[in-house]
Design a protein around this ligand. Structure first.
Ligand code: FAD
Length: 806
């Protein structure tokens, strides 16, 4: 009977078994620490623990492999199965080519035959390939070469896997001995590379158990060539193999882009089809980070990059995480440069060493996102001028701020990203100027609401210049000032945030259809004009739910949902992405700004005849601590009475109402239906009639002719045109003396029935109060007394965005 030393496979399996327990315990202890059950941890400590857990997982996987192999060897029948060599070789090659790149080794893979179904064991044969590639990498010096070649030998009906290298080589006389357990060649001993001397013994045993053979020759590259021959499986048409799913080759999916849409596709595929062979190709270093969190990272609210890349449970989604947890191979710092639709291949360039390789795909996903537009303005190459799209931009801005010399910051562009950056910069002690070419900031809002945000920014010391165009960035090496058509502003740092354009270069090169918005055109299933190429996220255009026209609205929320739809369809499901409303929220200091659907401007452009309402009211019962005014605007189609859009601003809660509005618009609800929605109520969370319901009722009153309103913009125009109208303030004298509109007349509501005679009936009258609730009552009184031209100021004094007298 063999003892343990003379039976190394048994020895290895016993060792693997012995090691598994302690390593699993170490992993559990580390996970307990990571869960902060033994006290709080710094982000760095968490990061280190996560890495230690990942290493434990690797060790457990390795130990399990040894056990699987030994189990398989004890059951010779287990080697009579069928394995698909192409996917095994590809998967291992992709993983090991990364390692090779780190050592500047030229790694090439050539596959002459596909599919390649051979006799073997599905647990053992992947281990054979892994062991051979691991050896090749181990014994090939830096700057060397490795060639992997899979071919079919017709005369022997075998598949042949050749792995050649330019490594240290094996002398002819030792070429048989290396397959003996624990034998290491003198060259291997002399090298500093660790090794057990068991790898090739495993390989030989497993290959022979499958009826194949393995031998060594000298490689034309100078080192060794390991040649494995495996018998081809009997040729049976796939559909004739009843219910044997394992006979099918795993679907090979290549995803280009690794921030939001790409990782979402990968993660969902992994859940639906754990056998799928998924690779993410990403130009940058990091992946799966929260781009939307970058302003908070710059402001210091988010302390580390790791937090931006973490799951809610604190697990950092780095390449190791994707590889080990999601079974997704990551090729970062790798750019996809060309798609060959006929051959179903993507040519990728490894950015570290500029080498190129080809990736085959069954399904390709473009998640190439967008890039910031850099306007062609003189001086835009000066240092300290940044855009903000990825983590590296944020690091650049942070570094400039960390030097402590960036006091004056100019933000070019008053869109969502520019505005979100203001608070971060103020937190970092900067003086901020926003320069916006259009007459208003935040084009997602209508003008009167944008002006309220503008006022809020000004109250935090931000200088906001609208209708102002940048002419030049000035400075020697570093930017020093920004010249505009309205003057020159000092700038130690400039952030250019004038919008994004979709990354469509690859789609164009592959002659995929581009939509009218300039982004990739996709079906609701997220398929491009090539049924095997999907696209999702910022690189695609969407359909507007209301107008049913194509729109380009790049948002993280949309990118993630689209990624899921693409994955389901790739895995044979049937899911469709719906047209969008472009709902988005934004934090502007303590303002919660949110919007959905069409603005009044967009609705009119789409030829809707609309009624709009501005309704300010406390966001919860006024007697509850913390109640804040919520300023809502609704845009309603006069003909159908359906809600088309909603905008909200509050120091309290706006986004909840906007989300309800999104649901209502999606369901095609009229304001009459919204007015009767069974929304929940408790004093700390909403007024007894929710703000959205009140706003819907105001819209109904307008639609039914019970209320005649005038918007602040229309009234401002009347005043500017010297239109002689009475501005009637129906608040109390105390309120009036505190703050009022210029040239307004005060008649408190309680006195109106007795004092209406003081008003000129011939003139038009615009009535207002704080929220225009009292104004609404006053309008009824005046109408009853025969006043024919009476209007209520929409939104009252609260939403009046122009100057007030104090
Ligand atoms: P991207 O994030 O652009 O990622 C695409 C990736 O593809 C990039 O990393 C790029 O390097 C890679 N790539 C491109 N071409 C290639 C190639 N040929 N080869 C390899 N790799 C390639 N959205 C919201 O919904 N709400 C918010 O509050 C919000 N705030 C934001 C704040 C900021 C500061 C920013 C910058 C964005 C914000 N967004 C927000 C938008 C959101 O981040 C994006 O919509 C989302 O990141 C889009 O994801 P994506 O995967 O489609 O594209």
């Amino acid at each position: 009977m063999k003892n343990l030393i003379s039976d190394p496979l048994k020895f290895a399996s016993l060792m693997a078994h012995q090691l598994k327990g302690p390593v699993a315990s170490i992993s559990t202890i580390l996970q307990t620490l990571l869960g902060e059950f033994a006290g709080p941890l710094s982000p760095k400590q968490k990061d280190m623990l996560q890495r230690a857990i990942a290493r434990c997982d690797e060790a457990l996987v390795a130990a399990q492999r040894v056990l699987n192999i030994s189990k398989a060897l004890n059951d010779p029948k287990a080697f009579g199965g069928v394995v698909e060599l192409v996917s095994i070789v590809r998967k291992s090659s992709v993983a090991w080519s990364e390692q090779a790149r780190a050592h500047n080794i030229n790694f090439t893979t050539k596959i002459d035959v596909e599919p390649a179904q051979a006799i073997g064991n599905e647990a053992a044969i992947p281990e054979v390939v892994e062991a051979l590639l691991s050896n090749a990498i181990k014994y090939t010096p830096d700057n060397g070469s490795i060639e992997v070649h899979l071919l079919y030998n017709n005369s022997t009906d075998t598949y042949q896997l050749k792995i050649g290298d330019s490594g240290i080589g094996i002398q002819k006389k030792n070429r048989q001995k290396v397959f003996e357990p624990f034998y290491r060649t003198p060259g291997a001993h002399a090298s500093s590379r660790p090794g057990t001397g068991l790898g090739l013994a495993f390989v030989k045993t497993m290959v022979e158990a499958a009826g194949g053979n393995v031998h060594i020759e000298k490689s034309h590259l100078g080192g060794t060539e390991l040649i494995v021959n495996l018998k081809a499986a009997p040729k049976v048409a796939a559909e004739q193999i009843p219910g044997d799913k394992k006979m099918e080759r795993p679907v090979k999916v290549v995803i280009i882009g690794g921030v939001a849409a790409g990782p979402k596709v990968a993660a969902k595929i992994n859940r639906l089809d754990p056998d799928a062979d998924v690779t993410i190709v990403e130009k940058g270093t990091l992946l799966s980070y929260a781009g939307c969190g970058l302003p908070f990272y710059i402001g210091g609210v988010v302390k580390s990059q790791g937090e931006l890349m973490s799951s809610p449970a604190g697990v950092v989604r780095d390449p190791i995480f994707f590889q080990q947890v999601k079974n997704v191979h990551i090729m970062n710092q790798t750019e996809a440069v060309e798609i060959d639709r006929d051959k179903k291949q993507v040519r990728v360039k490894h950015l570290i060493d500029s080498t190129e390789s080809l990736l085959d795909y069954d399904k390709l996903v473009l998640a190439t996102g967008s890039e910031p537009i850099i306007p062609n303005i003189e001086g835009n190459n000066l240092s300290n001028i940044f855009t903000l799209h990825g983590v590296s931009d944020a690091e650049g801005i942070k570094a400039a701020l960390d030097k402590g010399k960036a006091r004056d910051v100019v933000i070019v562009g008053g869109g969502l990203i520019g505005i979100e950056m203001t608070e971060a910069l103020v937190m970092r002690g900067c003086r901020v100027t926003i320069i916006e070419k259009l007459p208003q900031i935040l084009r997602v809002l209508d003008r009167e609401l944008a002006m309220l945000v503008d006022n809020h920014l000004e109250s935090h010391g931000i200088k906001v210049l609208t209708s102002t165009e940048v002419k030049r960035f000035q400075g020697t090496d570093k930017v020093e000032s920004v010249m505009t058509d309205k003057g020159t502003f000092p700038a130690d740092l400039v952030i250019v945030a004038v919008g994004n354009r979709p990354n469509i270069a690859l789609a164009q090169q592959a002659a995929l259809e581009i939509g009218t918005t300039g982004a990739i055109k996709v079906s609701p299933q997220m398929q491009t004009s090539d049924k095997d190429i999907y696209a999702a996220g910022d690189c695609v255009e969407n359909i507007d739910l209301i107008t049913q026209k194509p729109v380009y609205v790049p948002l993280g929320s949309t990118a993630n949902k689209q990624g899921r739809v693409a994955a389901i369809n790739i895995c044979g499901g049937n899911d469709a992405f719906s047209p969008i409303l472009g709902a988005v929220a934004c934090k502007v200091f303590d303002y919660n700004v949110a919007v959905t659907g069409l603005t009044e401007r967009a609705a009119k452009q789409a030829n809707f005849d609309v009624v709009t309402v501005l309704v300010p009211a406390p966001d919860r019962e006024h007697f509850v601590r913390g109640a804040e005014v919520l300023m809502l605007k609704l845009v309603v189609d006069k003909k159908s009475r359906k809600l088309l859009g909603a905008q909200g601003i509050s120091r309290g809660n706006a986004d909840k109402r906007i989300d309800v509005a999104t649901t209502a618009i999606t369901a095609g609800m009229t304001v009459d239906q919204i007015a009767n929605l069974d929304l929940c109520y408790a004093p700390p969370y909403s007024p007894v009639i929710d703000n959205l319901i009140t706003a819907a009722n105001v819209a109904r009153n307008k639609l039914d002719g019970l209320m005649n309103g005038i918007s602040p913009i229309q009234l401002r125009q009347l005043i500017d045109e010297n239109n002689d109208c009475t501005l009637l303030d129906v608040r109390t004298p105390a309120e009036y003396h505190q703050i009022r509109l210029a040239d307004s007349t005060l008649i408190p509501l309680v006195s109106l029935r007795t004092r209406f005679g003081e008003l000129d009936r011939e003139k038009s009258t615009v009535i207002f109060s704080s929220y225009s609730l009292r104004a609404y009552e006053a309008a009824f009184i005046l109408k009853k007394e025969g006043f024919s031209n009476v209007r209520v100021l929409d939104g009252g004094l609260e939403m009046w965005p122009y100057e007030k007298v104090q």
